[in-house]
Every structure is written in C-alpha cells, then in structure tokens.
Write a protein of this length. Sequence first.
Length: 142
Amino acid sequence: MLEPVLSHVVDELRSTHPDRPIVATFDLPEPVDVDPDRLEQLLSNLVANALTHGASETPVEVRAAIEDGALVLSVANSGPQIPAAAMERLFEPFERGAVRPSAQGLGLGLYIASEIARAHGGKLEVESSPEQTRFTFRLPMT
C-alpha cells in the first residue's frame, strides 16, 4: 500500500519542521504499482522544496488520489510565483542557483523527482501563480 509510505514522509517532515503546517489528504482505495522507495523520495523532495520556498504562514498541501485511472500526487504551497524563465529550467539539474540564488541546496531535488516520475512512466508538472505553486505527479495506472 502506498498510503503508509506517503504518510511516513509527511510525518517525518512535520517532525523536522514543527513550525510549518503540512496538510495531507490521501484517497488511495486501490493498490498502485510503484517503487515505494522512489515515490517516498519524490514526495520528500517536493515537500522539502515547498517548505523551503513557500510562505511560512500558510500550510503546505499534500494530496494523493486515484483520478480518471491515474495516480495523482500533488504538493502545493503559497509564496512567490516562479518566474516564467525559471519554469523552463526547473527540472534540470543544478538549476536552483539560477532560480533562487539565496536558497540552500544543490538544485537537484526537482530534477531527481522529475526523473523518478519519468522512470515510472509518469510526468511531473508545475503550475505557479501569485497565489499558489503546485507540483503534480501523474501516473497512468493502466
């Protein structure tokens, strides 16, 4: 079952960021054929990214559900909109510095998450507006 794996990631990040609320909603009534260790890494990278770059006064939202025959896993946060120029390079390795030079890390988290999504036959996408940034992993279950 995937839900306990996802819950573990959320619980772990809650414990290391006790001042940051993380709201998780999971609706996974059927088994999903994935590598649970890699999905754990994908979610951990996305939530850590949201905690680092999101507004500290609003919760990070994590959601996983089966929709239209696909696993849909998303992580959303409020905060600054990702600039259009940065969106084009967001999933490339070592691009963090070009996007937000003052942030910690090497800029590999989103690249790794994207590669995990691709290796599973899915896709990682991002939408960013002044109100919210949302990363969504979609994996067809057929």
